[in-house]
Each structure stands twice: as C-alpha cells, then as structure tokens.
Design a protein around this ligand. Sequence first.
Ligand SMILES: Cc1cc2nc3c(=O)[nH]c(=O)nc-3n(C[C@H](O)[C@H](O)[C@H](O)COP(=O)(O)OP(=O)(O)OC[C@H]3O[C@@H](n4cnc5c(N)ncnc54)[C@H](O)[C@@H]3O)c2cc1C
Length: 625
Amino acid sequence: MCTQAEVGQSLEIAMTSETSCKGPGEPNYCKQYVIVGGGIAGCTAAEDLLEIVSPEEVKVTLITATPIVKHVGKVVQVTRKLEDMEVVQRDANAFGEEHANLRIVQANVKSVDVHNHRIECENDSFLPFDRCLICTGAAPKIVSEHPHVVGIRDTESVKDVATRLKNARRVLVLGNGGIALEFVHEVTSCELVWAVKDAYVGNTFFDHTASGLVLPELESRRPVHIVDNLAVKNRGGEDRCDDPESYGDERVRKGIPSSNGSQAKCSERQPVGKKRPLPVALGQARHLPANRQGPLGGSLGPHWTADLSTSLSSSTAEKKADSSVTNPKPLTILFHAELEELYETPENPPTSSETSGEHEWPLYVRLTTGHTWGCDFLVSATGVVPSVDFLGPEFARGEDGGVVVNDRMQTTASPDVYAAGDCCSMTWPTSEVWFQMRLWSQARAMARYAARCMSDQVDDLGAGFAFELFAHMTRFFGFPVALLGCFNAQLLPDAEQRRLIREVEVAFPGKATQQEAVGEGQACSPNVQLSAQTRRKDGSNALQREENGTTDRLQDHVEILTRLTPGKEYVKVVVVGGRVKGAMCVGESTESAETFENLILNELDVSAFGVDLLNPDVDIDDFFD
Ligand SMILES: Cc1cc2nc3c(=O)[nH]c(=O)nc-3n(C[C@H](O)[C@H](O)[C@H](O)COP(=O)(O)OP(=O)(O)OC[C@H]3O[C@@H](n4cnc5c(N)ncnc54)[C@H](O)[C@@H]3O)c2cc1C
C-alpha cells in the first residue's frame, strides 16, 4: 500500500524522515493520511496531525498544486475566540524540511478514487491513502471568460493585475466584499469605477453606519464621486450623464476629472446602442480567470494590497516617479448598480470632442443603470466558488457549491475522505451564533478540528466548542474590526423583515448626572450618539415603550444598539430577548470585544442595562464578576 513506486518520483519535492511501512494487516503497518491543498487549511491540518499522531503509525503527506504553500504564522489570542493571525507564504520545500515526518508532493490532483482509496494526479501518478483530507480552497467567481476580465486570488493573479494597472486609464470593479474594498483603497494610479449592488460599501462585513466610518478614508486619498442609482430612479428619471453634478444624488462629493484631467465625458457613459456581445455568457463561474492559466495557489494573505503596491512600483525610481501619490485618479462609486452585459466593440463609437483614440476601450461594461462604461479591464470581485470540480458526484455539494461535510468533517463519498476550509460546506453546526464565511479564521478552525477527527480524537463536546461562536478579527483601512456572532443580525428570526426595523433615537439615560459624577475627563464624548432600533420577532415593528429612561423589553424583542464616535469608533450590539447575540466593534471599540464575547457565550440577561450596555462609563464586566 505504501510503496514509493506508486508515487511518481517527479512529484516529490521533499521527504523527511521516511518511515518504513508495510501493507494493511502486516506488523508495523503505517497508515497513510493524505492532505490535498497547501493553503491555510491544508498546512494547519498537516501541522496538527503531526502533533497528534505517532510517526510510527501514521505517515502524513501534503499535496500542493504550486511550489508555494500558505500557512498561519504568529497567532495573537485577542479574546477566548478572537485571534489575530499572521498568514505566511513559504516555499513548500522549506515548509516540509521544517516539519519532520511530513512528506510534501507537488501535484495537481485530478480525482479522488474513494473505492480504491487513491488520489489520482494530473501526470497519471497516484497516491494511496487510508484517510484523506480535501483542502482545495475556492476560486474567484468570474463573471465572464474574457482576457480583460480578471479575478484576485493568489500571488500570481496580483502580479498580473499590477502589470495591467501600469498602463491602465480606467478599471471597472465589480463586487462589494473585502477584496473590492481593499482594491479601491489601494489603487489610485488610474481612474476606478466601482459598481456596488447594495446601498453602501463593504456590506459583507459592515452595516450602513460602519460603512460611513470608512468612506471618509477613501475620500481622503482621491476625488470620490458617489451616485446612488436607486435615488436617481426614485426621482423619476433616467440618469443624465451630460452633467456630472446632476448625474447622481446629493451625495456627489467632488467633480470627476477623467484620466487625462478633464471632466469625464458624457459620451463615455452613454448607452452605445447595438453592440457585439462577447462570446461567453455572463454568470459563468470560472475557476481559472483570464489572469491565471496554471493551477491556483493558496488564497492571499492579509498583506496582498502591499504586494500589489510593491508590484506596481517595483523599483525605487518608479516609486519616486509614482504620480498616483501626487495626482491620485478619481473613484466613482455607483450604488445599486449591477453588471448587465459586456461588449468588446461598440457598434456606434461614442462621439466625443476628444480624439477617438482616447475613447476606444478594450472592454465596454453595461450596467443595470442603463449606462455603458469603457474600461481597460474589469476586476471581478463578486465572491468565490469552492474548488471541487475534480470531485465526482458521490461528493454531495451544498447550496454554495462546497463539499458537504458532517459533524466529523467527513464527506458523503466515504467516511475516510474529509474536507475542510473554503472548499467545504458546513451545514451541521447547531449554534445560533455561528455561520460559515470563507475566511482564514474559519479555514484554520475547520482544519484543526478535522485533524482531530481524522485521528479519532474528538467527541461531541469538541465539535460544539470549535463552532459555537462566529468570531473574526480583521482590519480595514487601518481600523481594527472585531465581528462576533450575528453581528449583522444574521440568522435571526424574521431576518427577511430586518428592513422593517424602525430606528429610535434614545437619549442617553442619566448622561448629565454621570458626566458630573465621573468628572470631565471620563465623560462621554459629546460626539457619541446612542441609538436603539427595536422590533418584535413577529416583525410587527413595535417600538419599545420608554418611561423615564427605562425600557420595557419583551422577550421576543430584537434590539440593535449602536454607538458612533465619528472618525474613531463604531460599536453595534444585537440583543434578542434580553440576550446579546452579536456585536460589531470597529476602531477603538474593539477593546470592548471581550466583554461582548463573554455576554454572548454566557447568555447572560442584559435587560437591566438598556442602552447602558454601550455606555463607555459603565463597566459591564464589573457587574458579572
Ligand atoms: C484577495 C483575498 C483577500 C482575502 N482577505 C482575507 C482577509 O482579510 N481575512 C480573511 O479571513 N480571509 C481573507 N481571504 C479569504 C482567505 O484567504 C480564505 O478563506 C482562506 O485562505 C481559505 O483557506 P483554504 O486553505 O481553505 O484555501 P486556500 O488558501 O485557497 O488553499 C487552497 C490550496 O489548494 C490548492 N489546490 C486547489 N486545487 C487543487 C488541486 N486540484 N490539486 C492540488 N492542490 C489544489 C491550491 O493551490 C491551494 O494551495 C482573502 C482571500 C483573497 C483571495
């Protein structure tokens, strides 16, 4: 079972401390545990397995498609559940040498034969296994297969985007998650048009108010022009593109000079009539975008935007000459705007007072706003699709396309084949404050748990503990962000009716008295605003009764308390029936994350606090000590 002849020698990069092994049933039989994927999940599982299993009994092999692996480096434990982790990119060889008893194989896996317990690779080599863990991650969802449509996923794709940006005049960005947000923040060297289907930026992580906290940061870097297309439609008219000031709503902040310094021309944004559509239909999820022809590497780490900047101006001379610093190009944000169609050539080229050369674009993007934008290329940042095409139908797929796993991380194909990380679909955790989101914190947690499951070292308690609370720590535009539980009121009953929540501004109870009592230095900032939103679970939109600053909380009430200190912090707490179910802390308020985490995990009744839950002068922890 474990003879080396079965493994194509050419696949092997490094092998340390080979243990002699025998076939099943023979004395000294050494089990083969094979992990597919050298990203965060795969590397974490390999490291954990090596710690758990005995090298005499189990041989651990990691298959990586590329010579580079990504793993978690330093981890700072911020709270019991929140971890600030460093993601490190390493040469696979070096990673193998660092871990005695880990065998590393470079190969692109083309199938997993569950009946014969073997993994088949692209060069017709195969690897036998007793247990196998699939950690092949996910690939960008690409809206169309076209040379000018690109995705951002791994180091190679970032290098490609940087090369394209060097000569780009205008780039269109689609999507509203972390990647789009960081891209528009980082790239100022050319004009950007950002089509956002929602009403505010960064809706994967933020709510409307938190989004408002980061918007000024974008505006501090370049001219920003904001157009809400819903507002335009509601005003009863087609968007007029001849005058940028009347183009959008009242949120137009600054004029939009075009890439050559003049105002963007109406003709560049007008619908261009009948055009020749691209050969590939929209909406196809491609695993290899135009900028990635080889196997995809592991997803990028937290410093990918720095890598993008470095690639953009690689030499010192280039850095000095980088005009994007002194002359940042404008950003147009289009809210309620989605992709409708792509064209290569407008049949009726837009008329313009400028030379036609300046108005010919490699790609034309028609949006649901009814306007067409020419651009050099389109960045498709509309989410990811699990990389599991190489697996057969015996592997059940979840709604999100991931491989379904049970509470022991086993796939439906075989109890000996497990999956973890972005490639899998977790439907079983029962906690009402945990949900799956494709993030490195979850890839790591799943991999650690899967390693324990593979080595039969887990019980029901372990499963509950690993996935009891959604907890993620990240950073956007310099602001630390801590997300806990149902931070955006996800998973709550009547979630579809969340928009019915009415906002009630609640005066801060006893604020003046407290300010007097604690002295000026510790008093609430005059900028601190407290607001409470409340509704009944039945969606009836009932407001809280407020009498003398106290509130009458019904058990089925959902309350959302928020505190905003402009430019400094934003904190939101979601309370259901008197118990905290989620929290979002942005900026300075991340210091309170531990308190909210404890409140969620301990399920303590906080009804008595009312809006004082967010009073910076009330130490909630004191009450529970
Ligand atoms: C630009 C970008 C920014 C991000 N920013 C953040 C962030 O700020 N915070 C955060 O928490 N998360 C972020 N993420 C998401 C995070 O990177 C992923 O959730 C995480 O890396 C998933 O880990 P994984 O091991 O499951 O998959 P990956 O890290 O993608 O690793 C998958 C591995 O499988 C290999 N592979 C795939 N197919 C095969 C095959 N057939 N044969 C062999 N090997 C194969 C790949 O080469 C790769 O090594 C970001 C992602 C991107 C793309």
